[in-house]
Design a protein around this ligand. Sequence first.
Ligand code: PLP
Length: 396
Amino acid sequence: MYNEKMYALGSRRSIIREIFEYCKTRAGEIGADKVVDFSIGNPSVEPPKEIADAIMDLIKNENSVLLHGYTSAQGDLGTREAVASDINARFGAGVTANNIYMTCGAAASLTISLRALLNAGEECIVFAPFFTEYRVFIENAQGKVVVSNPMPRTFQIDVADFESKITDKTRAVIMNSPNNPSGVVYSEDTIRAVCDILRRKEKEFSHPIYLIADEPYRELVFGGVTVPYLMNYYDDTIVCYSYSKALSLPGERIGYIAVSPKAQDSASIYLAICGAGRSLGYVCAPSLFQQVIKRCIGARVDVNAYKENRDILYNALTEYGYECVSPDGAFYLFVKALEDDAYKFFEKAKAKEILVVPCDDFGVSGYVRIAYCVDKQRIVNALPAFKALADEYKNN
Ligand code: PLP
């Protein structure tokens, strides 16, 4: 026998993975150049050169037994020190290596943090639209998902709706900015308002409510937009970071959790994180990549290619009559489907070999996500199909 819940998760893949797999099969049938896969957030920009240089140097010059061996469960001390000084230099957050837990990317950071914070039946608020896997991670920690609805059109947080969703069972809130799937960066005013509410509710219910900052897209912003660092706005903050997108390393599985030193019971939360990592088997993040991160702490991908893709797609689609949220970051365009049912719209796009993701599972119906982290030429090639699709709707 097996666990039915796990069977259900394994047998029904996420919608993104479903479409991604379909694209691979379809490319085999008609040729990769004829299908445009806008489904998955796999970076299309090369990792910075420093990464390959660091890997080569480590492999050539370091002791291979140590390099590929276990590190401390929470991560190599030197790497955690490098991460802490980077955070302090950029945001003045006052963290030390003892606030940092190295992980296998943001998915592990979130899974561990939720397991560390939630008791069975406690609630975790997510802001729609939200990364579909939050539901899986929260429920795996025996928590209950509570969805806060966004402001229409801008997809900023609806602060009043958020406040109405907080109960005495609320233990955590996940905030993801720049946002997947909308590309929206939450404004500083919105963040201040959310944090004021959280402080008030902590007092009212006499227990902490933790803000989990899910930040894999922090570095992918365009046009000088800044992403406020949540630890500087709210003490009970835990940052779940990942190098998957910032350094184009999603397959290497490397990221970290940073617990604010100002959080209530900060040291105990860190130990709960160590315990959750242990219970989930997420100890000792990939050793080689911990060393790479230590050496390449200031490296970044060049985001100009994403900006160029965004501009081409956003300008063309709005010209064809699509309603799109203007994204300041990440590499997603959130587009209103041309009919109420985003799945029907998806099918019509699929018939033209353009694969987008219907966003009902992201907590917003009637929208699709276009992951524009693809080669620019593929976007240019797909534009006539987007135009033909819009014309088809206009003519019916
Ligand atoms: N959180 C968000 C909002 C994401 O979009 C993703 C991946 O796309 C993750 C977390 C997981 O990131 P990672 O690949 O680092 O585990």
